[in-house]
Design a protein around this ligand. Structure first.
Ligand SMILES: [Zn+2]
Length: 109
């Protein structure tokens, strides 16, 4: 039986987006940019990265907003944040292990 699926985790947060007013509660300086990364896993070991997504979280009303819901500079800051965050190497753990096993088995023959 193979257990597989996908998982997501919060990787990086950027506080105080500019101009950082919440689109719902209009609280100033309340938005935090959070990068969510998703990866495929087999037996809970990360196999390869799938996608990354940036959401803005309001510290006051706890609402989550996609980049499309934000205005002007907030959307630009979220896009830059998404571009600057790279997938961690350990997201490729199982792929690296499989690659090493293949290479070692070729050398041993
Ligand atoms: Zn809010």
């Amino acid at each position: 039986m193979i257990i597989y699926g996908r998982s997501a985790e919060k990787v990086r947060a950027q506080e105080h987006l500019v101009p950082s007013s919440c689109p719902v509660c209009n609280t100033q300086n309340s938005l935090i940019g959070v990068v969510l990364m998703c990866y495929a896993h087999v037996w809970y070991i990360p196999f390869f990265p799938l996608r990354k997504r940036v959401v803005a979280v309001c510290g006051h009303c706890k609402g989550n907003y996609d980049i499309g819901q934000l205005r002007g500079e907030n959307a630009q800051v979220c896009t830059i944040l998404k571009q600057n965050v790279k997938f961690p190497v350990w997201y490729w753990s199982l792929a690296i292990i499989i690659g090493v096993v293949i290479v070692v088995s070729m050398i041993v023959r």
